[in-house]
Design a binder for this molecule. Sequence first.
Ligand SMILES: O=C(CO)[C@@H](O)[C@H](O)[C@H](O)[C@H](O)COP(=O)(O)O
Length: 413
Amino acid sequence: MRSGTVFTQGLRQAVGGSPFWTVEAVRQVRYHVVSSNGLFEPGNTALLTGCPDAPLHPGDRRLVVIDQNVDALYGADMCAWFTAHGVDATVVPLRADEAVKQWDAVSTVVDAMNDFGIDRRREPVLAVGGGVLTDVVGFAASLYRRGTPYIRIPTTLIGLVDAGVGVKTGVNYERGKNRLGTYAPATATFLDRSFLRSLSLRHISNGLAEILKMALIRSEDLFVLLESRGAAVRADRLQGTTEDLSRAADAIIAESIHLMLEELQPNLWESALERCVDYGHTFSPTLEMHALPELLHGEAVVIDMALTTALATLRGDVTEAQAQRIYDVIRALGLPLWNEVLDDPALLDDALRDTVRHRDGQQRLPLPVGIGRHRFVNDVTPAELRDAARLLRGHAEGHVSSAGALVPEQVGA
Ligand SMILES: O=C(CO)[C@@H](O)[C@H](O)[C@H](O)[C@H](O)COP(=O)(O)O
C-alpha cells in the first residue's frame, strides 16, 4: 500500500487470484432550516449570521436567482438590503412554474453561474422563490462543477413546508414529474412567512395540501389544528394578524416541518422506499402532468389523498365519519376533492404502474389508518381503484349517506 493512501481495513482482497478494491466512505450531511420573518427588512441580519455554515460578509458577492414574480414584488427591497450590507448581488429573474420546470431552466441558471464566475466553495447561489424555483436552482447548483453550494429562500407555503426543507432537487422531463433530479441539500433554508402576504389564496391552499398530508399520516393533533384553525389561518395567509392566528400559523408550520424532518432525516437518500411522506404522491405525479397546467402540485396531491382515503374507507381502515372529517377539511382549506382526471380509469392504472417502477417493483402505497396513522399496502387492484373513485365522486357530489353508502342513483354510475 502506498503511504498516504487510506483504505478501510480488509478493503483489498484477492478473488480468484485477481485483485479487486472496494471503497466505502461516509459523507457527513448537515443542513440548516432557519426561521426569520422579514429577511429583507433593513435591520434583519439573519442572512448575515443566521447560518453558521453560510456566513455573509460585507464585500462578498452573491448570485441571486429569483422568481420573476417575486422579483417584481420584493426585488427592490432585496437589492436595497444587499446594498445596505455591502453585498454585491447579481440578480437573475427567472420564470418558474410547473410548465417550464424543464431542462432549459437549468441551462439558464448554469449560464448565470458561468457568467458570474462563481466560486465553487465560497459563493453559494441564492434561490428566492417557490418550490419550482428552488428545485431548479438546487438541481443546477448540484450539477455545476459536480456540486456548488446553494441557499434557499422559499416564498410560497409549499416551498416553506415541503420543497424547501428536504434534499431533493429536480425538473420534469417530458411528462415525467421530477424525472431528472439529485439529492443535494441546500446549505441552509431561510423560512420567512411574511412573503406569503402577497401569495394568492389558491397557492396558500396548495401548500396547505402538503401540511394536510403530514397530518393525515403522522399527527391527529395537527389534523385537529387544521380542522379548527385551518380556514382562518388560510384567510389570514399565515400572517398572524391576531395573537391567536399567529400562534396557530406558527404551530401549523413548525409542526408540519418538524414531522417532515423526522421522516426525512433517517432516510435522506431514500434507500428505504416505503416513505410515508410519499402519501398523496402515488397517483398525483401522473395526474398533475396529465392535467398540466390545470392542477397545481398540492391540488393533485390532495385529489390523490381524497381517492386513497376512499380506498382506505372501503378497506375499513378509515371510518366513514373520519373520511367525512377529512373531506370537510379539504374543502375548508380551499382544495378540490375531485377532478375529471379521476374519470379515466386507464390513467389511474398508468399512474400506479409508473409509481411501481419508481418504488422498485412494488406499490409501497401509504394508506391512512384512521387519522394520523398509516400503513403500506402492495395489493391495490384496478377494480378497487374504480370503486374508490366512484365513492369519492359520490362524496364530491354530496351523494353519500352519513353511513357511507352511495344513494341509489349513484350506485354503478
Ligand atoms: O421528499 C419529500 C420532500 O423533500 C416529500 O415529502 C415530497 O412531498 C416528495 O415530493 C414526494 O414524496 C414525492 O417524491 P418523488 O416521487 O419525487 O420521489
